[in-house]
Design a protein around this ligand. Structure first.
Ligand SMILES: *Cc1c(COP(=O)(O)O)cnc(C)c1O
Length: 424
């Protein structure tokens, strides 16, 4: 459906829903009730909704724990010892990687640190880290602390790429230029695949190429990209990537996170890394020997035996992703977000503007709406009506129509409520 086929009326939304090949998937999710009423949930970029199957996946593990105790490690219906591997293939598919390149473990910021232990290895000549200005705070804290940990000063070692004056998004050519000019001082480029604030999607292949051409390690934080955009990490070639699974991936609050290490590092035994028994060669893991032999690939970065209940929750969600496929999700997502953009543009006003890129190829599901005045109060009023988006100081309201469970009618209603609240 092209942008130009959209129509303003509610009947268009209903017709679009009836034609939507993914329309039945929303029945597989639990929608929150606000003040006892239905809510309009456009916040899957912050916390995805709960698949109805999560409870039964978790119950299976509780039952096996109750009935088998420690024997569950090997004799549960899905034995816990290799349980994380049940997710390897689907995770690899989701991010366009080989199974050996991915693992689910820890949480996102922890994984960023573990990856930087191995891949941020500053020297007096090459010690800088590049991130986006206004990167997610946890990423800022993580890189600053890594820089200090190595005895450098963030004031000189941290480069924050900044949009041109008057623009809200970064231009890839600016990033290229920076890499060209300062590449031999840059140890690590760590950008969000999709920026959490603006919703801008970066050309990861291009950035990886530019960075590698100058000898930099290139990595992506995919918190807002995983489950939102089709990814081809193996072919694009970044050195590592990490993401959380509770946003578009619907794994549940604080759910176990994902990590990618490119195959070229799968047997890089000489890389420094923090070790734990779950990263040790599984054939001799239970011999409990004193010397660490990492498993090849991303699994070799595991530390602990993972939280099975969290993995079970993630499996419930990943089974749905696997069934639908990112291609179909992306096709609907492009249309659904363009429809929201269309409805907002129909009522263009100086009271708000869209700061997300207008080109489909430069964004995912999210639109960031900058509100000229009293945006926080507006957001609050919408929340009281059961319309759930996300407010970011100083002026941005972020909403994401999620193709897996949001409908055209919801987008239509959101636009109506939002525009009415603006006039309030
Ligand atoms: C959501 C998000 C985080 C959150 O980190 P956790 O370790 O999962 O708490 C970090 N970075 C980015 C870019 C995010 O979007």
């Amino acid at each position: 459906m092209s942008k130009f086929d959209f129509q303003r009326g509610e009947d268009f939304a209903m017709a679009a829903d009836s034609r939507d090949p993914l329309r039945t998937y929303r029945d597989r999710f639990l929608f929150p009730k606000i003040a006892g009423g239905d809510c309009l949930y456009l916040c899957g970029h912050s916390l995805g909704l709960q698949p109805k199957t999560v409870a039964s996946y978790i119950e299976q593990e509780l039952k096996d724990w109750a009935e088998l105790g420690v024997e569950g490690h090997f004799h549960a219906k899905h034995p816990w010892m290799p349980y994380h591997r049940l997710l390897a293939e689907q995770t690899a598919k989701l991010v366009g990687a080989k199974p050996i390149e991915v693992v689910v473990m820890n949480s996102l910021t922890v994984n960023l640190h573990l990856m930087m232990v191995s891949f941020y290895r500053p020297t007096p000549q090459r010690y800088k880290i590049v991130i986006e200005r206004g990167a997610f705070p946890s990423d800022q804290y993580a890189v600053q602390s890594q820089i200090r940990f190595h005895g450098f000063d963030p004031a000189t070692a941290l480069i924050e790429v900044t949009p041109l004056p008057g623009e809200s998004c970064l231009r890839e050519e600016e990033i290229d230029l920076l890499i060209k000019q300062s590449g031999d001082e840059i140890a690590l480029i760590l950008l969000g695949g999709v920026n959490y604030a603006t919703g801008q999607a970066f050309d990861m292949q291009r950035i990886t190429r530019s960075g590698h051409a100058r000898g930099c390690i290139v990595a992506f934080d995919l918190a807002h990209a995983a489950g939102n955009l089709p990814l081809s990490l193996h072919d694009w070639g970044p050195d590592f990537a990490a993401w959380c699974s509770y946003k578009y991936l619907n794994g549940g609050p604080g759910c176990i996170a994902g990590c990618f290490v490119h195959e070229r590092h799968a047997r890089a035994w000489d890389l420094p890394r923090f070790a734990g028994w779950w990263g040790h060669n599984e054939r001799s893991r239970f011999e409990m020997g004193p010397s660490f032999q990492p498993m090849p690939g991303a699994e070799g970065w595991q530390l602990s035996n993972p939280p099975i209940v969290s993995l079970a929750s993630l499996r419930a969600s990943m089974d749905i992703f696997h069934e639908v496929g990112m291609e179909r999700l992306r096709a609907k997502s492009i249309s659904l977000t363009a429809y929201l953009e269309f409805l907002l543009d129909q009522n263009a006003s100086s009271k708000f503007s869209i700061s997300t890129p207008r080109e489909q190829g430069r964004r995912g599901a999210q639109l960031s709406i900058r509100i000229a005045q009293k945006g926080r109060a507006l957001c609050q009023r919408l929340t009281e009506k059961g319309i759930i988006g996300d407010w970011r100081e100083p002026d941005t309201y972020r909403v994401a129509p999620v193709p897996l469970y949001n409908s055209y009618l919801e987008v239509f209603r959101f636009a109506q409520h939002f525009l009415a609240a603006l006039e309030h």
